[in-house]
Each structure stands twice: as structure tokens, then as C-alpha cells.
Write a protein that binds this ligand. Structure first.
Ligand code: 5GP
Length: 245
């Protein structure tokens, strides 16, 4: 039994609790779905349990491939034990195919394959919708050191390679994803989550989104898409087991 002491932070898809162990936190995954600065709110039934299992699978895979990350172990259907990190206030986005804010910014059609992987940095500032910044902003604002940024970039590229490979085997195309990193005893490690909440996954044959865009864009059956990703990745068939609180 690990005792919770307080809520450290609550975001769109998760609540993070401090524990009596200074180095460990508990992530609780919620069914709540929020988009467009909170203007759109809803619930994707089972999302919390599914994301908990998808994160368990992907973080374990990353660790096996030598990518340090915050995951320790899954505790129950909706929560996992993680290393308690100091979050670097820079969101890293990795893009293989044009979609979302990049499509709007450069006026390219969604679905255009990029000649090379694009890495973007954004300020972690939900109030301002995570504005795009570059390395000189990050240095000027003392958000992270040049060495930390180099490490984050190299890790993001490696995570992209690993995810593309594993998803290709289950007929899912990795369009883009966002990552967050944390500082843990002087090391930069992958934190936050890697799930259909933070990635664009398209079915390789139909090009249908299997991610949070189903909710954002009212495409229907977001629940089915999340279940499908979990099933293709792990073989696990999701059946609702507990209520989100
Ligand atoms: P875009 O910048 O195109 O909106 O998003 C790029 C990638 O980051 C997409 O996979 C998108 O789902 C993810 N992403 C962007 N903003 C957020 C956010 O506020 N929360 C989450 N969970 N994912 C985001």
C-alpha cells in the first residue's frame, strides 16, 4: 500500500498525486476529455483505463530499448506508479506527417508526408495553448540548458523511431505526438504519457484517426478507437471494470 499525500497537479487527462515516498508519484488516468482551451468537454468511457495500459506497454517497451522514462509499474486499472520528476516546462512535438496546428500554420493539406521528421518546441502553458518557441527563447527564458535540449531532441527522435516501428506492425501510422520530459536525480527522462491523448494515430489502410481527434473533431466512436489501439498493441480486450472518479 502506497499512501497518497496530496495532489501535485491535475491536467486534462490525468491527476498526479504525491506519495509518502519523495521520489515516487502516482498518475491517475481520467475518462475526461477536454479540447480547445476547455471550451469542449466530454467523457470517453474507459479512456483512463485504456491509457493506463497503453502507457504501461509503451513505457516498458521504451525502457527495454534503453530510453529512460518515469514509469515504474501499473498499480491498478487506472493508476501507475512513476518517478516523481521536476517537469521541464517545454513540450516537444514530433511530426512525421502534416496535421493539426502545423497544417494550419504552413497551409499544407493534412496527410502530407514530411521529407524529414520535424521537431517543435512549445512553452508548457495551457492558458496560452502551448505557444511555439525556439531554442533561443528556451535559453533566454532559462527553461532548460543547451545540453538538456540536445538530450531531449535526441530522445524524441529515438522514441519516434521505436514507436513508428511497433505501430507499423499493427497497421497504425504515427502522424505526430507530443512529449514531456522530467529531471530526475540529474537525468532527463521521458515523462507524462504516450497514448491516443497525446499522439495522432491513423489506421494505415483507411487513414481514419484512432485518437483524441475523434473527440476534438466529432468523428464518433472515440471509445472504439481507444479500445482498438490497446487491442492491436497488447492483445488486451478492454471491458469496463471501474468508474472514473
Ligand atoms: P498540434 O500542434 O497539431 O495540435 O498537436 C501535435 C500533437 O500533439 C498531436 O498528436 C496532438 O494530439 C498533441 N497535442 C497537442 N496539444 C496537446 C494538448 O494540449 N494535450 C495533449 N494531450 N496532446 C496535445
Amino acid at each position: 500500500m502506497i499512501n497518497i499525500t496530496e495532489i501535485i497537479t491535475e491536467g486534462k487527462g490525468k491527476r498526479v498525486y504525491a506519495t509518502e515516498r519523495a521520489d515516487e508519484a502516482i498518475v491517475y488516468y481520467k475518462d475526461e476529455a477536454i479540447a480547445f482551451h476547455g471550451l469542449k468537454r466530454g467523457r470517453i468511457i474507459g479512456k483512463g483505463e485504456i491509457n493506463n495500459r497503453i502507457c504501461e506497454y509503451l513505457f516498458t517497451l521504451l525502457a527495454q530499448q534503453g530510453v529512460p522514462n518515469h514509469f515504474i509499474r501499473r498499480l491498478d486499472e487506472r493508476s501507475s506508479l512513476v518517478k516523481r520528476v521536476e517537469i521541464v516546462p517545454v513540450v516537444v512535438k514530433v511530426r512525421n506527417i502534416v496535421a493539426g496546428s502545423l497544417a494550419r500554420r504552413i497551409s499544407y493539406p493534412e496527410g502530407t508526408r514530411l521529407r524529414n521528421t520535424v521537431i517543435e518546441y512549445c512553452l508548457k502553458d495551457t492558458e496560452q495553448d502551448d505557444p511555439l518557441v525556439n531554442l533561443t527563447h528556451i535559453s533566454a527564458m532559462r527553461l532548460a540548458t543547451a545540453e538538456e535540449m540536445h538530450q531531449m531532441e535526441q530522445t524524441a527522435i529515438r522514441v519516434n523511431e521505436i514507436l513508428i516501428e511497433v505501430l507499423k506492425e499493427i497497421s497504425i501510422e504515427l502522424i505526430d505526438f507530443k512529449m514531456q520530459f522530467g529531471r530526475f536525480h540529474g537525468e532527463i527522462i521521458v515523462s507524462d504519457e504516450i497514448s491516443p491523448d497525446t499522439c495522432r494515430f491513423w489506421d494505415a489502410s483507411t487513414h481514419e484517426p484512432l485518437d483524441i481527434d475523434r473527440f476534438r473533431r466529432d468523428l464518433g466512436d472515440a471509445e472504439g478507437a481507444y479500445r482498438e489501439v490497446l487491442h492491436r498493441l497488447t492483445g488486451y480486450v478492454y471491458k469496463s471494470s471501474e468508474e472514473d472518479t
